[in-house]
Design a protein around this ligand. Structure first.
Ligand code: BG6
Length: 491
């Protein structure tokens, strides 16, 4: 990677939307403040909004400035000066905006040019076609696709084909922001830069793995998206499966753009299909009803404030999903991977729990098996629970005690947001932390039969009150084999 930032043009389609305002622009501001953007780099927001540059800068000043640390107004003004807005139409009816964009980009063909599509997946194909028709796709161009990529395998294949007709695979960056989180990258370092774990990282020593992404937020104002997504598409197909891949993958031979992705895709292809009647046994879906969040009364999913009224889809969509997955290979045969995610849970906590087996022969009463907890958020850290002797004479009394690493205590300095890292990777042309076409398709291939089965039943998800730990069936899912969920968020 070059030390001096190269000039780039970052064109954000959906550039005035929620993702842009909450994540992308703050991440770019931080990069600018840390001197990681060339003085000539421009950010061009595209939307149907009818704004000019001054309107857009005013909007960003009003909506973003409060959420980032602006300790030096000069830097903030410099950042605003990079921002532009172009109004476009991707239906192909009105070429004016495209011509204006072509005028702005003309003469800068040598620069890195990134098209960031922060828009619904059905716009990806039309956008790429129009950008190509306007002559904007140069060999140095890249395109970033936000998740979810489609809503099933068929639509993902279609989108990948449409985008692939304009961009080469090496130019396509499919983003999953979980891969940009510090602790997620640390998982790779923990596994592959420390020798002690590898010999016990398998079914001989590991009883099971739990991956939980619990959120306290609900879905107010998101009905239009969420009714057609649900927790399985919104979280499991991408974020949770990516985490599973990083836990289960074989050691790659190199830390380069393809080696890690090669190993991840093998994990996805090794997932045991959950089909037909097994869907009842191995999956759970729930939808929150009215309850409490942080001591405040909150409405159920169907009563969340929104511009649109609930439809039949709203009644069927899951805001909670839990699945028992298995990776069918030598390393993991017989080890369940329990995945769980939900909105309006009692706490916010994303973590991976590796539960080891008990000692083969116990000479002390009261010993419990070791557990490794990787906390992604909040309070990022790694904790290994080991057995220790409680001080005292007489009978040996055991106690599980944590050996812990807190990132905040050990590493000082600001921890960059996931989008900051990933945007810099796109600008410098490093696709390692992005999903390759075959990965996304393999993930849908596993998810599709579960979705089909849920949809063909026409039944509704099990209700759970907001602020509770999900539907009772989720506890039965692990409880059937005598296990329990690790409620790390309550610790
Ligand atoms: C997004 C989902 O991808 O991830 C949201 O669309 C979810 O529904 C969000 O809230 C969670 O991300 P994070 O980084 O807050 O855990």
């Amino acid at each position: 990677m070059s030390e001096t930032p190269q000039p780039a043009d970052l064109i954000v389609f959906g550039g005035t939307g929620d993702l842009s305002m909450r994540k992308l622009l703050p991440a770019l501001y931080h990069s600018d403040r840390d001197g990681r953007l060339s003085p000539e780099t421009r950010v061009i927001a595209m939307s149907r909004g009818g704004l000019d540059d001054a309107d857009f800068r005013g909007k960003v000043d009003a909506e973003v400035r409060g959420s980032v640390p602006v300790d030096d107004l000069g830097t903030w003004q410099r950042f605003l000066g990079r921002l532009h807005h172009v109004t476009v139409d991707i239906s192909g009816q009105d070429p004016t905006g495209w011509a204006r964009l072509a005028g702005m980009l003309g003469g800068h063909e040598h620069r890195d040019r990134v098209f960031y599509l922060a828009s619904p997946p059905m716009t990806f194909g039309p956008f790429c076609r129009e950008a190509h028709r306007a002559g904007l796709v140069t060999p140095a161009s890249r395109v970033v696709l936000e998740k979810p990529l489609g809503r099933d395998l068929a639509s993902a294949l279609r989108i990948n084909d449409e985008v692939g007709a304009i961009f080469d695979e090496r130019q396509i960056y499919r983003i999953d922001h979980y891969l940009g989180k510090e602790t997620v990258q640390n998982l790779l370092v923990l596994r592959f830069a420390n020798a002690f774990l590898e010999p016990i990282w398998n079914s001989l020593w590991i009883d099971h793995v739990q991956i939980t992404v619990a959120e306290t937020v609900g879905t107010p104002g998101r009905r239009g998206y969420y009714d057609h997504a649900g927790a399985l598409r919104d979280m499991v197909q991408n974020h949770l499966l990516q985490l599973l891949c990083l836990v289960a993958m074989e050691p790659p031979s190199r830390n380069d753009r393809e080696s890690i992705r090669d190993e991840k895709v093998k994990v996805l292809q090794s997932l045991r299909a959950v089909t037909g009647g097994e869907v009842d046994r191995f999956t759970v879906r729930g939808q929150y009803t009215a309850g409490e969040s942080g001591g405040v009364a909150v409405p159920g999913y169907l009563d969340e404030p929104d511009n649109t009224a609930p439809t039949e889809d709203s009644h069927r969509v899951e805001t909670f999903a839990a699945i028992r997955a298995e990776v069918k290979n030598w390393r993991w045969a017989g080890v369940p991977f329990y995945l769980r995610t939900g909105k309006r849970m009692p706490y916010r906590c994303s973590e991976i729990v590796v539960q080891f087996k008990d000692v083969p022969h116990s000479i002390f009463p009261g010993s419990t098996p070791n557990r490794l907890v990787l906390r992604l958020q909040p309070s990022e850290g790694i904790q290994l629970n080991i057995m220790a002797k409680e001080p005292g004479a007489g009978e040996v009394a055991l106690k599980p005690v944590p050996l812990g690493l807190s990132f905040a205590e050990t590493f000082t300095g600001r921890v960059p947001e996931a989008y900051e890292r990933l945007l810099m990777d796109v600008l410098t042309g490093n696709p390692t932390l992005f999903m390759r076409r075959d990965e996304v398709e393999a993930a849908w291939r596993w998810i599709d039969p579960i979705l089909d089965e849920w949809e063909s039943r026409g039944t509704v998800p099990e209700p759970y009150p907001a602020g509770s730990a999900g539907p009772a069936a989720a506890h039965e899912l692990v409880g059937r084999s005598g296990r329990v969920w690790h409620e790390g968020g309550l610790a």
